[in-house]
Design a protein. Structure first.
Lengths: 144, 866
């Protein structure tokens, strides 16, 4: 076999490795029902869940707590996913700025002891600036 | 009055630019086609050049029109209204130009015409085929800002920046009342972009994007006119220039992110960042294969593939960031302007045409007779280029995940793939090893390149290897590097520095002009060392140790106590221990425009919705008086700085001012860090939450206390003592006349470790009672002197309480980050040296060819005469 052929084979092998690893590391968008099933099956993978904040008729956000005077690193809220399933979410970091204004929230993390433990929060805030279009911001919790 | 002329002129010029670009494409194409008579070719070429110059003039006119609209604050135009405001300092008015998509396309178009003109002047022999590609790209780019609706088809082509606000939002109620309504002020520039880096980063990056077109055009021209090898000489200096500018542009963005965003890092693996680094990696690989492409056929073929790939990846990156395909995935992508279809056509046209041309010519490309030797320079450079490509491929494969979802959607399946939850470890898993290999190859490659080593003659490499191992061992021990992958990266990077340094010393004795490669490689190696330490050994300093606070609540103690507590809460003027430091939040400050530094917010009263403030006292900074009480001064109304005092164990004190920007129109509170720069590390601090400095505090219901002198009472859980009530001659904000009287109470309030004195006043003026309350932000307390009862000798005070002011902040240490910036400088210098060297090569060859050509014509005329 010629050197160039060996070389080519090595490259192809690495490229396949990259693709397989990308597919393996890629997270998925699921809903809370599926997230709970995954947790029960012992699947420890981090997933994305899209949802909205729980609000009352007047637009007030319900079940959200952040008390920096007690613990600036503990923020909890309730997220309603696209199938209207409610779930308590815990984010062990400071509350993201402008969280209250977000229209849509994506939480990245996994179910843990009955609540969703978020590692990362992505928000879509309406902003006049974008003429009614959404703007996204990202917040990451520190790794434990 | 609505200034409609300038907008119409701009719009017309865009259309002219588009049409001339199309005509120039055709004319240059005709000139480039072989077969016509020499005279025909010349006529076409001359015509094409004139059309292209018209195009240049039109583009300059468009740029001027848009700038005129922004610079003169014509807020009747949507673009000016959306992106600028009266309060914007002049420097940043320039950035509002490219703040939006249309403007950034325009910037790109502008750089292309500049580069096009340079090419026409420096390189006549390649003009026709190269400029065909250029003009075609210009046609596509100008079409993006065309803003023309094709009648009948309802098809909109491009989005023009010259729309009036009325045309964009015709439904605003104000237009029913006044059709000629012009907003008084604009929305302003996103405060995050009001940064000097944002004035130079986008033009640099777009110059980088634009310049990738040049090597691409030469490659296409080479294929087209069958100058299979000759294209490399003129293209190489441009490829180097492009790699330099694009690299600098990316790094500026990284530095801006480090200084301004609170990611806490210079690189976030954001799709937008990734999609600009991938073309750069491929371009660098292309530069390397081009260097050996004239000697080695495989490298020549690869050069074609890589230069074409670079340009197509730039288009792909444009498509990703501007078509809205990224959606949730990115923090700073543009929103969809409805151009996705057009962008896709642009991307696909160039992909298909260039691949087709390459396939068509593939057979006529040369191939190597014998296999390349493992001991040759070509072999090592080729391996290096391959690993660079793999590195780019890995980043691209992951970044494109949102695109896979879209493609699946187009085929009717739902993929629901998301970016990896832990992106850093995902990318590191590959990139760390790729870059370890790449950096070793830079050293080994240089030794083979300069023929310091060869088959059976590898001794020259032993010394650098030995030295590198010794230094690495010392650094690893000294710095306590434990993870195997970091040890590998560190050792390889140090080897690269030593090996390239050895070569550098060798060549310096001869001709320093040739040392660009070695210098660049040293820069990269230094950058890797800097990245390694500053990222992998980042240490959070603000670990929340105040267990007391947390233990107050059951819920928090029941949490896993090992959980990271990386943010700490600071109360106004209360010292808190953080790592080795004692921290105190002192004040909120604002930024005046013509006074150095920041001044306390309490010194001024900010005029709402304006960029002016009224001084509440004389403004004295550094013993120099700038303004008197009552003066109106200019400030940056969005910026608030949190004065945080750090006391080191040695007693040394320094102050950091992390910034919070509040822009109600943008709907946001945005925080930016402040950095204490030391030689060996940066201390990086930002506030993650504040009580809104522009909001009025919400006070509790008034509670009244009636007390005698020396009595003690409890307010908001604090012990308060009424020490005395004294007559006073001066009350702030009140002028006392004849027969008026004023008293003030001296109330002492005891906090845990500190005493506060609050002095509310009670004024009788013109027989009317005025009560001047006093507020303590430290305690979240307002005290008002309500009543004096002369009979009982008792005094009544009204007390309101509010949330005490606090901030939540985070601080991290980034060791050795300066090595990264140092490496950047070295890299830039190396690239400049290499570019100059290759440009000189090209000029030498061009002049030689011209002289030859001139000689030939002369000979011909002589023959004719004879």
């Amino acid at each position: 076999m010629k050197k160039i052929q060996i070389f080519g084979l090595v490259i192809i092998a690495v490229a396949i490795g990259i693709i397989v690893s990308t597919a393996g590391d890629a997270s998925t968008y699921v809903d809370f029902t599926k997230a709970k099933e995954m947790a029960q099956d012992g699947d420890n993978e981090s997933i994305h869940v899209v949802g909205k904040l729980k609000k009352d008729a007047a637009g007030q956000i319900l079940e959200m707590a952040y008390q920096p005077e007690i613990d600036p690193n503990y923020f909890e809220f309730t997220l309603v996913d696209n199938n209207n399933v409610e779930q308590k979410v815990i984010y062990k970091n400071s509350k993201p700025q402008d969280f209250d204004k977000s229209e849509q929230v994506v939480v990245v993390g996994k179910m843990k002891d009955g609540s969703f433990s978020a590692e990362k929060i992505l928000m879509k805030c309406p902003s006049k600036y974008e003429n009614g279009k959404m703007e996204t911001t990202e917040h990451t919790a520190a790794k434990s | 009055m609505i200034h409609s002329t300038i907008g119409s002129a701009g719009h017309l010029l865009v259309i002219i630019a588009f049409v001339t670009a199309l005509v120039a494409t055709f004319a240059y194409f005709k000139a480039g086609m072989a077969g016509g008579s020499i005279e025909d070719t010349l006529t076409w070429k001359r015509f094409a050049r004139i059309v292209f110059y018209t195009h240049v003039a039109a583009v300059v006119g468009v740029v001027f029109s848009l700038y005129w609209i922004i610079g003169n604050h014509y807020f009747e135009y949507h673009y000016a209204w959306k992106n600028s405001s009266l309060s914007l300092p002049t420097g940043y008015t320039i950035s509002s130009f490219w703040q939006d998509q249309e403007g950034s396309f325009l910037l790109w178009i502008f750089w292309n015409v500049v580069l096009g003109c340079v090419l026409i002047f420096t390189n006549r022999s390649w003009e026709a085929p190269v400029m065909t590609v250029f003009a075609l790209v210009q046609a596509f780019l100008t079409s993006m800002i065309l803003g023309v609706v094709i009648p009948g088809l309802d098809l909109k082509i491009g989005s023009t920046p010259f729309l009036l606000l009325k045309e964009v939002m015709p439904d605003l109620p104000v237009y029913k009342m006044d059709p000629n309504f012009i907003p008084k002020d604009g929305n302003g520039l996103n405060p995050l972009l009001q940064n000097y880096w944002m004035v130079i980063h986008p033009p640099t990056l777009f110059l980088g994007f634009a310049s990738t077109l040049i090597p691409f055009s030469f490659a296409i021209a080479g294929l087209w006119s069958k100058k299979i090898q000759e294209w490399i000489r003129p293209a190489l200096p441009w490829a180097l220039f492009s790699a330099l500018v694009l690299g600098v542009g990316i790094l500026m963005g990284a530095y801006w992110a480090y200084e301004t965003l609170n990611f806490g890092s210079y690189w976030n693996w954001d799709p937008v960042e990734n999609s600009s680094i991938v073309p750069w990696l491929i371009l660098v690989a292309a530069v390397h294969t081009m260097i050996i492409g004239r000697r080695n056929a495989t490298a020549l073929k690869t050069s074609f593939i890589l230069t074409i790939a670079t340009f197509i990846l730039i288009l792909y990156s444009t498509f990703m960031t501007r078509s809205g395909v990224l959606g949730n995935a990115s923090v700073h992508s543009f929103t969809d302007l409805g151009l996705s279809g057009q962008l896709l056509v642009y991307l696909l046209t160039f992909t298909v045409v260039s691949i087709a041309l390459l396939v068509y010519r593939w057979k006529s490309l040369p191939s190597d007779d014998e296999e390349v030797s493992t001991y040759s320079q070509e072999f090592w450079i080729f391996i290096g280029a391959t690993v660079l490509c793999l590195s780019g491929f890995q980043i691209l494969a992951t970044t494109s995940i949102p695109v896979y979802n879209k493609i699946a959607e187009a085929f009717g399946t739902i993929l629901n793939m998301a970016l990896p939850a832990d992106q850093i470890s995902h990318y590191n898993k590959f990139q760390l090893w790729f870059f370890s290999i790449i950096i070793v190859l830079t050293g080994v490659g240089q030794f083979f390149w300069w023929k310091r080593v060869g088959k059976g003659n590898l001794q020259a490499l032993y010394n650098p290897l030995l030295i590198a191992l010794l230094i690495s061992a010392a650094v690893i021990t000294f710095k306590g590097v434990k993870d195997i992958q970091y040890i590998v990266l560190l050792t390889t990077a140090i080897f690269a520095i030593v090996a390239n340094g050895t070569i550098l010393l060798n060549i310096l004795r001869g001709n320093y002009g040739l040392s660009g490669g070695a210098v660049t490689h040293i820069g990269v190696a230094l950058m890797l060392v800097g990245i390694l330490f500053s990222s992998a050994y980042t240490r959070v300093v603000s670990i929340n140790n105040s267990g007391l606070m947390i233990s107050r609540s059951e819920e928090f103690t029941s949490n896993d106590n090992k959980e990271n507590k990386e943010n700490i809460t600071l109360w106004l003027n209360k010292a808190e221990k953080m790592g080795d430091y004692m921290l105190t939040w002192r004040d909120v400050r604002v930024e005046p425009r013509h006074i150095p530094g920041y001044i306390p917010k309490s010194w001024v009263d900010i005029v709402e919705g304006d960029f002016h403030a009224v001084a509440l006292r004389d403004i004295v900074v550094n013993n120099k008086k700038y303004n008197s009480k009552g003066d109106t001064i200019e400030i940056f109304p969005e910026n608030f700085y949190y004065e945080i005092e750090y006391r080191e164990p040695s007693g040394r004190i320094f102050t950091l001012f992390p910034r919070v920007q509040i822009n109600p129109r943008m709907g946001g509170i945005v925080s930016s860090p402040d950095i204490q720069r030391k030689v060996d590390k940066d201390l990086y601090t930002y506030v993650s939450m504040v009580t809104n400095p522009t909001a009025e505090p919400i006070w509790s219901k008034t509670e009244n206390f009636t007390v005698s002198l020396r009595d003690t009472f409890f307010v908001n859980d604090y012990v308060a003592i009424l020490d005395n009530v004294v007559r006073t001659e001066e009350v702030e904000g009140v002028t006392l006349g004849e027969g008026d009287a004023a008293v003030k109470a001296i109330v002492r309030i005891l906090d845990k470790d500190k005493e506060f004195v609050i002095t509310p006043s009670f004024v009788i003026r013109d027989r009317l009672v005025a009560r001047k309350p006093e507020v303590s932000n430290d305690l979240g307390l307002r005290l008002q002197f309500q009543e004096i009862n002369p009979q009982t000798g008792q005094f009544t005070f009204g007390v309101n309480t509010t949330q005490r002011d606090f901030i939540v902040m985070k601080a991290t240490e980034k060791p050795l980050i300066n090595i990264l910036w140092l490496g950047t400088f070295v890299l830039v210098i190396g690239f400049i040296m290499a570019t100059i060297r290759r440009f000189k090569d090209f000029v030498k060859m061009r002049n030689k060819e011209e002289a030859q050509a001139a000689g030939q014509t002369k000979a011909k005329t002589k023959v004719q005469v004879a």
